[in-house]
Ligand binder design. Structure first.
Ligand SMILES: *Cc1c(COP(=O)(O)O)cnc(C)c1O
Length: 361
């Protein structure tokens, strides 16, 4: 039986290699995974406690409306509950918006080396892909605006972008928005929002008062350390959110995830610790990349893209043999790069010494 044409053409998402799989294949132990931009400190203690409590009631369906989590988030973000959709990861939020608005006759624009989920959801609904080139590995918002046609329905922007780690600045976003008609939805994916420390960075939530076509998407998977529980959210106009909520399945976010996410929001200490471990780790890696002459793209996130200026797979495989899992990004059109997540101090050291060894430096 043949699936839909757009589905048979869909290229499957390739996740980072699990530690267990590597150890099984090579018969080794004690390897590290710095491949999926996870929080190396683990989840917040408060979130774990809340999750353990919630597990006692999993005979019940979860709250389909995520009442308490929405209330707390609304309060924190300064929006109303009616502006929020909670998803099974922010990935689901992005997908539901596409399913709500994007048809086969529409076009979606995204960056050449942007987060791959935009391409997947565009393909899954059979819409036309419009790709904005990224020769400098950054989003060129002028080029995005230039590619708008009367068929454009959704524009996907990742800020910061994964896997490049780059951001676009406030003035670029301002100029861009002036050229975007109200009928086009601009999804701003801010999965790494909490990590960014730059005065020119733009928080897309701030634009929502004046525009009803912007959706801000964030997640509990990255700095909050809850990737395995799958919780993310979107913020947008009441009207848009009400439609998107009709499309999502009624119990899309499980009760353990809701409880943990709510508790994680209170753990500001965990967030601050995570940021400082990340900052120190990023500085450490950069210092050693500079010493070794390894090229990299300056990062605003918890990962960094390195450029080996050659097929990176032999190096990737040698690192695996050293018990270090990083991430190839060929699927993102980056044929000479690897993406490295910032780990704990011990993991960063382990990675650098493995890298020195395999590069003979
Ligand atoms: C990791 C990531 C996500 C988040 O995915 P979840 O589904 O929330 O785990 C979204 N966007 C980008 C750019 C990411 O890197």
């Amino acid at each position: 039986m043949k699936p839909l044409k757009q589905v048979s053409d869909l290229i499957p998402y390739v996740p980072g290699k699990p530690v267990e799989e590597l150890e099984r294949e090579l018969g080794i132990t004690g390897s590290i995974k710095i491949a999926s931009n996870e929080n190396p400190l683990g989840p917040s203690r408060l979130a774990v406690e809340a999750a353990l409590k919630a597990i006692n009631e999993v005979n019940r369906y979860p709250d389909g409306d995520c009442f308490y989590l929405k209330r707390k988030l609304a309060d924190k973000l300064g929006v109303n509950e009616s502006n929020l959709i909670i998803g099974n990861g922010s990935n689901e939020v992005i997908e539901i918006i596409a399913r709500t608005y994007l048809s086969e006759n529409d076009e979606a624009i995204y960056g050449e080396h942007a987060f791959i989920v935009y391409s997947i959801v565009t393909q899954a609904v059979g819409a036309k892909h419009v790709v904005s080139p990224m020769p400098d590995l950054v989003h060129n918002l002028d080029d995005f605006a230039f590619r708008i046609t009367e068929k454009t329905k959704i524009i996907f922007l990742a800020n910061p972008n994964n896997p490049t780690g780059t951001i676009f600045k406030r003035n670029e976003f301002d100029n861009f928005l002036r050229r975007v008609p109200d009928e086009i939805i601009v999804i701003v994916d801010e999965a790494y929002f909490e990590y960014v420390d730059d005065l020119e960075y733009t928080d897309s939530l701030q634009y929502q008062q004046n525009r009803n076509n912007i959706v801000t998407v964030r997640t509990f998977s990255k700095i909050y350390g809850l990737a395995g529980l799958r919780v993310g959210y979107g913020v947008g106009s009441e009207d848009l959110i009400s439609y998107v909520n009709r499309v999502r399945e009624p119990f899309n976010v499980n009760s353990i995830a809701q409880a943990a996410a709510e508790a994680a929001l209170d753990d500001t200490e965990h967030i601050e610790n995570t940021k400082s471990v990340n900052r120190a780790g990023l500085d450490y890696l950069i210092e050693h990349f500079n010493k070794m002459g390894v090229k990299y793209t300056p990062s605003f996130t918890n990962f960094i893209l390195i450029n080996l200026e050659n097929d990176p797979m032999p190096l990737y495989n040698k690192l695996l043999k050293e018990g270090v899992i990083v991430r190839p990004v060929g699927g993102y059109g980056l044929k000479s790069h690897l993406r490295v997540s910032i780990g704990l101090e011990s993991e960063n050291k382990r990675f650098i010494s493995a890298l020195k060894k395999v590069l003979n430096k």
